[in-house]
Design a binder for this molecule. Structure first.
Ligand SMILES: NC(=O)c1ccc[n+]([C@@H]2O[C@H](COP(=O)([O-])OP(=O)(O)OC[C@H]3O[C@@H](n4cnc5c(N)ncnc54)[C@H](OP(=O)(O)O)[C@@H]3O)[C@@H](O)[C@H]2O)c1
Length: 261
């Protein structure tokens, strides 16, 4: 594949966990991948690490909560690699607690980071990023099984991810005639730094150990274990491929059977 016909993919939150695995696998599939996350030094280090693996990756700092940052990010990607073929909205945060005690600050930040960000990034990629002019495109939103079922002590998170699933279904139907597909990937429990923070949060809330929380969570998963970031990235890579052209407006689980709808 020449540089000219190499497809361009954007991945938000690609310095850790699922986003890192997605960036690596899309690049290994032959995409030029432009990555972003808030911590600039982690973006630089991740770009260097993936380039050492022989992959075509670049990136800059990105805060998906800011229209200006999102615009600058998409402009930079366009200047570096050309019009965008694949957008993976992966950046996100956990957050919750006893709902009656949740502050405005926490509620709005979880919704902004996980839901408004998906609209912001998508709009910018369709317009500035040039996807709207293409006859083929892929928008893949990393939601969660918490976007299909309620999670105790996770009301803002569950609300944000249900919103991502709804946005995905509506935009998928809207864009179906254009050749741009829009899907959500819904991980259950995936072993990442976020998963470790979530276990620590529940251990504190229930006054127990993180190991006890891990055992409790694993017992809920029919497969008996967390998924790996690479297993989530595998589905993202498939959805980005030509063969997935007829899959749109879907919310697909990667969860070891935790959710089965
Ligand atoms: N792990 C799970 O069990 C699980 C399950 C279901 C769904 N998910 C979803 O999967 C996605 C990735 O989760 P993960 O477990 O891989 O998390 P992670 O290990 O905490 O990684 C999160 C990534 O997002 C970046 N990020 C956070 N806030 C950002 C912002 N405002 N702007 C730009 N980048 C931001 C982080 O870098 P900076 O902090 O430097 O910005 C980091 O690169 C999230 O949407 C999460 O909700 C995860």
């Amino acid at each position: 594949m020449t540089a000219h016909d190499r497809r361009v993919a954007l991945v938000s939150g690609a310095t850790s966990g699922i986003g890192l695995a997605v960036a690596r696998s899309l690049a290994a599939q032959g995409h030029a991948v432009f990555i972003g996350a808030r911590t600039a030094e982690n973006v630089t280090a991740t770009v260097a690490r993936l380039r050492e693996e022989g992959l075509e990756v670049d990136g800059i700092a990105l805060d998906v909560r800011s229209n200006e940052s999102v615009r600058a990010f998409v402009h930079a990607a366009l200047a570096r690699y050309g019009a965008i073929d694949v957008l993976v909205n992966n950046a996100g945060r956990s957050g919750g607690g006893v709902t009656a005690d949740i502050t405005d600050e926490l509620w709005f930040d979880v919704i902004d980071t996980n839901l408004h960000s998906v609209f912001r990034m998508t709009r910018e990629v369709l317009t500035t990023g040039g996807m709207r002019q293409k006859s083929r495109g892929r928008i893949i939103n990393i939601a969660s099984t918490a976007g299909k079922q309620g999670v105790v002590l996770g009301a803002p998170y569950s609300a944000s991810k249900h919103g991502v699933v709804g946005f995905t279904k509506a935009l998928g139907n809207e864009l179906a005639p254009t050749g741009i597909t829009v899907n959500a990937v819904c991980p259950g429990y995936v072993e990442t730094p976020m998963a470790q923070r979530v276990r620590a949060g529940y251990a504190a809330a229930y006054e127990t150990s993180e190991d006890a929380i891990l055992a409790k969570f694993q017992a809920k998963i029919p497969l008996g274990r967390y998924a790996t970031p690479e297993e989530v990235a595998g589905l993202v890579g498939y959805l980005a491929s030509d063969l997935a052209a007829s899959i749109t407006s879907q919310a697909l689980n990667v969860c070891g059977g935790l959710g089965n709808f």
